[in-house]
Design a protein around this ligand. Sequence first.
Ligand SMILES: [Zn+2]
Ligand SMILES: [Zn+2]
Length: 347
Amino acid sequence: MKAGILYAAKDIRIGEASMPEIKPHEVLLESKAAGICGTDLHIYLGEFEGRVAYPAIQGHEFGGVIVEVGSEVTGYKVGDRVAVDPVISCHSCPACVTGHINACRTLKLLGVDLDGGYGQYVAAPSSHLFPLPDSVPMTHVPMVEMYALGHHILQRGQVQPGETVALLGAGKLGLSILDVLCHSVSPGVTIVTDLQPFRLETAQKLGADQAININEVDPVERVLELTSGVGVDCVIEAVGHYHLPEGQEAPLAQAVKMIRSGGRVVTTGLGEQHSAVHFKTLVLKEAQIIASRVTRGEFPRAIQMMSRGLLHPDLLITEVQPLDEITAAFAQVESEDPCTIKVVLEI
Ligand SMILES: [Zn+2]
Ligand SMILES: [Zn+2]
């Protein structure tokens, strides 16, 4: 079969891969669309060497049409359109047995540790499939995982209607969280920070009340000014690898200064950099820092909202490219073009 294959760091191109063989509880899926995520870029750049073995078939935000069903699969048939939850947990480690299956000690992701959606065909466990209504086009299917992440992050932060929320970072993930936040939680005031005007404009289109360009304004000062010095109820850090204007602290350090007493900070970026947090400030506020990793059961909610047209994937998917253009598509994502948000490959 044809696949977009990562042969070595920064060497991704179309190649031939062997057809996946399915186990009794799996289905064979014809992949239809797969997103390029920040994690995919890190893998492409070689930052996952040791975890990801070459040649690798990436693509963990994907879905498609079932073409073969394993002997023990029930509830699905050939021709069904589905989204795939890529998180594979062991169900026996201490994290799994206490319900934290998304932080499994040996967690594996289809498209990271196992072959994923950049191949024409993928073997996927039937327990990880979610039916996709006809009202959701296949080019939107990569957004199911992104929106499920948004639901998980908001659940981790226990964000309530009417609360003030600051979202740091209006990239692919930040804007997906924002879309879910503005259209499911009814926040009081939503403040977004970034340094790219296009992303900030998109944030406002999605419903952000305040868009702060950190190249022009100190985000901590501005958030405190907007909340009469009190701080926000919840800060969501979705920056990951950061580039900051001279003199500004790391996003997590900013978050601790922006939060109100007793508030919550949710951190979800996967940057390698260290963040020096002033813990005395955190203690005096008795605030919480909560981490959020992948998803845990939020796919149906994401699909439901998409099928009802409550979310805005068309604003976030700035480009759809055929699989044959995978080399150029990764080069484009790597270039950090300020007007590119989500790039989707049509398989
Ligand atoms: Zn991802
Ligand atoms: Zn486990």
